[in-house]
Design a protein around this ligand. Structure first.
Ligand code: DX5
Ligand code: ZN
Length: 214
């Protein structure tokens, strides 16, 4: 079963609860929250106070995607509200220790790879992950075009999880729409992040259903 994790990055934050209600009614599985520090990526989004408020307004699991330098410094803080906590392989932390710490705090652990990182580089970390996130755009902005190279990486990760006998969620993030979603699912993704495709629509629920029916 495919899970949908809408990214609220391009939402209007002052009316976000209305959108969250619509997404809940449409049957989404979690909410994807993009944290950007202006260092690891050339953009600044929001931090934990916003995530805390969102947590108080929904029962949907929160899928927090940290795009910040040396994320180990903030894991304990974000683990207070996150259900899934992901950070970048490239961000300068001790990745093994950071994944272990996330689990220790009772949160699902996830590592993210940018378009420049090969899947083989994280094969040894897979036993410490509950989810792996493959970026299909350069992290930093919503509304970009899907990079098809992500498909090869998803397949390689799916095969490696099978080989290691691991039951890990495979998430893909960036440029997901009605055309790219089936490609990602065929390649092995089972969690689809969708931002612009949902939030630019007049009828978000219809688009959720469209993707869910893949
Ligand atoms: C990009 C973010 C994504 C983004 C996805 O750095 O990690 O989650 O919001 O947005 P779309 O679906 O518009 O590409
Ligand atoms: Zn994201």
């Amino acid at each position: 079963m495919i899970k949908i994790s809408p990214s609220v990055l391009t939402a209007d934050f002052l009316t976000l609860t209305e959108d969250i209600r619509k997404l809940e009614a449409a049957g989404v599985d979690m909410l994807h929250l993009d944290v950007m520090d202006g260092e690891f990526v050339p953009n600044i989004s929001f931090g934990n106070p916003i995530i805390k408020s969102i947590k108080a307004h929904t029962k949907l699991p929160l899928d927090v995607h940290l795009m910040i330098d040396r994320p180990h410094r903030y894991i304990d803080e974000f683990a207070k509200y996150a259900d899934y906590l992901s950070f970048h392989f490239e961000a300068g932390s001790d990745n093994e220790a950071t994944l272990k710490r996330i689990r220790e705090l009772g949160v699902k652990s996830a590592i993210v790879i940018k378009p420049c990182t090969e899947p083989e580089e994280i094969f040894n970390l897979l036993p410490l992950c509950d989810m792996v996130l493959v970026m299909s755009v350069e992290p930093g902005f919503g509304g970009q075009k899907f990079m098809p190279d992500a498909l090869r990486k998803l397949s390689a990760l799916r095969d490696e999880c099978k080989r290691q006998n691991l039951d890990i969620l495979l998430e893909v993030d960036g440029g997901i729409n009605a055309e790219t979603a089936p490609l990602a699912v065929n390649a092995g993704a089972n969690v689809l992040v969708a931002g612009n495709y949902l939030f630019s629509a007049d009828d978000m629920a219809a688009r959720v259903k469209e993707i869910k029916s893949i």
